[in-house]
Design a protein around this ligand. Structure first.
Ligand SMILES: Cc1cc2nc3c(=O)[nH]c(=O)nc-3n(C[C@H](O)[C@H](O)[C@H](O)COP(=O)(O)O)c2cc1C
Length: 182
């Protein structure tokens, strides 16, 4: 196929406001992040990403206006728990209520299991749980990224990635059609 000239390649596109355009990203994974020990809290996070495979580093983007932001600065670690689709109501609840006003563990009935190598607990009902020790944090625009090294990981033997929740633009989904293998 011949390369299109730059004018032709742009022909079907309208210029969009960049702040709106960033929201065209197709989807994000979802994690339930637990932080704290005595005053523990759960926050739903879609800004979650792998920052390194070896060592295994995972980052979470947290807005400074969240109660969890304060806790993430105060405590040395956190856990990243991957919910499956049967936890959609609990996931939404932890993403609309603040731990400043409610005890989300009590309200959702999710079970905190003491961390093995970190202070923060993991969530029994989530099929994948990572215990993360904070190694870095930095501010980017309207979020702070907290980077944690995964120091231990627990995965249900029957874990099915296809049941994991993904999210964007107000919609919870699971992953869809397989197009091809690499
Ligand atoms: C699906 C979903 C994804 C979210 N992702 C993020 C995120 O990545 N970062 C963030 O700071 N807040 C995110 N939020 C909002 C927080 O979860 C929400 O404000 C929560 O009530 C904050 O709890 P806290 O005040 O107890 O920390 C998300 C909410 C939902 C419903």
């Amino acid at each position: 196929m011949l390369p299109l000239s730059s004018d032709e390649s742009m022909s079907n596109k309208i210029e969009m406001n960049t702040v709106r355009a960033i929201r065209t990203f197709p989807s994000f994974p979802i994690a339930l992040v637990v932080v704290g020990k005595e005053e523990k809290n759960i926050i739903t996070v879609s800004l979650v990403h792998i920052f390194s495979f070896n060592p295994p580093l995972v980052g979470i983007g947290i807005s400074p206006c969240r109660y969890s932001h304060e806790l993430l600065h105060r405590y040395p670690d956190f856990t990243v728990n991957i919910p499956s689709k049967d936890l959609v109501e609990e996931t939404l609840y932890c993403g609309v209520k603040s731990g400043k006003e409610v005890d989300k563990l009590e309200e959702t009935g999710l079970t905190a299991i003491s961390g093995q190598r970190v202070e923060a607990p993991t969530l029994e009902e989530c099929p994948v749980c990572f215990e993360c020790r904070k190694v870095q944090n930095f501010d980017t625009g309207d979020h702070t990224w907290f980077i944690g090294e995964i120091v231990s990981a627990y995965v249900d033997e029957s874990y099915d990635r296809e049941r994991a929740l993904i999210y964007w633009a107000g919609e919870f989904r699971t992953i869809g059609e397989l197009i091809r293998s690499r």
